[in-house]
Ligand binder design. Structure first.
Ligand code: SF4
Length: 372
């Protein structure tokens, strides 16, 4: 699959308004909608246009992920979802856990055919999660929301932003992912945008440790995916290729891996099944496409390079024809990523390359790999 014609996921930041103020928020979310937010009519036009991805022979329907801010702050949410379903788009939701995540609204969304909801959980303890989310009591509310979503019949994904503050709780977080019955755990590696610029990222060696841990976590009944950490696919491919009883020695891993891998075994026992890790070589602008609250198209939510505005340009042609996205899809990179034999399945985080050097086609400094 080349992803030249159609993204797998289109993220639409329906609003920047959100009742929370998380330290790593990409949108640096605010209490009220920001100026220029797409109106209901503009939103309806957008979902109609996204439906046109299906119109060409190689085209298919991308999954429309409605995000924010907090998507529940859009009073026209059911109208927008209904239109997206009419346009043939599968719809997933990424809401914040606030009182706006009501049973009535969730049941309405379920009736319209929304099957997947992702919820952020940024630690395995109240102190860590609430330290990041900034809301007392939010840890318990998040666990309740995850369980309620399962009871209402949604497929649930847990999203975790990994950072120094929670890296030593990753195994325990994986245990919660399993306990709440999530089908997927999506782990985001920080990029210095929005409030995230104030957080301390892990080193490349620690990222390598985390990637190996995630591979092992994917053997407990839920899929593991990464955001802005495509080198996870390199690690997963290597782990499938090289069977070893002692990954720490075989892959020269560090103390973070050793500690958390042992903890994972302690909490969940021996691996239960084959690893579930996607091998699809998606990255910012290749399979991933982002529309901001005011209609600007970007390669991804963490790569703030404007490609055009959907108020005056068709998003399908922006995705298919923009020179930057074509270069990203052809893996025309410089530095280590340009020399890397794995650049097609990985390709590095384009957002982090841009944040580090101003070049979205440069190398990803968070990757520890030195190409042969
Ligand atoms: S060098 Fe770049 S392409 Fe190669 S594994 Fe690392 S991030 Fe991926």
């Amino acid at each position: 699959m080349t992803f030249d014609e159609t993204p797998v996921l289109v993220f639409w930041e329906t609003t920047q308004a959100c009742g929370l103020a998380c330290r790593h928020c990409r949108a640096s979310a605010v209490q009220e909608p920001s100026p220029g937010q797409l109106t209901t009519d503009e939103g309806l036009a957008l979902v109609d246009q996204l439906g046109h991805f299906r119109a060409t022979p190689k085209g298919r329907a991308p999954v429309l992920v409605l995000t924010g801010g907090d998507v529940m702050m859009r009073p026209d949410l059911l109208v927008l979802v209904g239109r997206a379903r009419q346009a043939g788009l599968p719809v997933a939701l990424a809401p914040s856990v606030t009182p706006k995540l009501s049973t009535d609204l969730l049941e309405g969304l379920r009736t319209l055919g929304v099957s997947s909801v992702s919820i952020s959980l940024d630690g395995a303890t109240a102190a860590t999660h609430e330290g990041i989310r900034g809301v007392p009591g939010h840890f318990k509310e998040t666990l309740s929301a995850l369980r309620q979503l399962r009871e209402l019949g949604f497929r649930v994904q847990v999203n975790t932003a990994v950072m120094r503050a929670n890296a030593r709780e990753l195994a325990a977080t994986a245990a919660i992912v399993k306990e709440v019955g999530a089908t997927a755990w999506e782990v985001f590696f920080l990029v210095k945008v929005g409030r995230g610029q104030h957080e301390q990222e892990l080193s490349p060696e620690e990222n390598e440790d985390v990637a190996h841990l995630l591979f092992e976590a994917s053997q407990y009944g839920f899929a593991v995916r990464t955001v802005e950490g495509p080198w996870y696919r390199r690690v997963a491919a290597k782990r499938r290729e090289v069977e070893t009883e002692d990954p720490a020695t075989t892959f020269s891993l560090g103390p973070l891996y050793r500690e958390q891998s042992a903890r994972l075994r302690q909490l969940l026992g021996p691996p239960e099944r084959a690893p579930q890790s996607s091998t699809a070589g998606t990255r910012d602008g290749k399979g991933i496409f982002f529309i901001s609250h005011d209609g600007w198209a970007f390669p991804a939510g963490f790569l703030p390079l404007r490609l055009g505005n959907i108020k005056d340009r068709d998003p399908v042609s922006i995705y298919r024809d923009h020179p930057l996205l074509k270069a990203i899809r052809r893996a025309e990179f410089s530095g280590r990523c340009g020399r890397c034999e794995l650049r097609d399945i990985c390709g590095g985080s384009r957002a982090r390359a841009w944040a580090a050097s101003g070049n979205p086609l440069g190398e990803d400094p968070a990757c520890a790999y030195v190409p042969s």
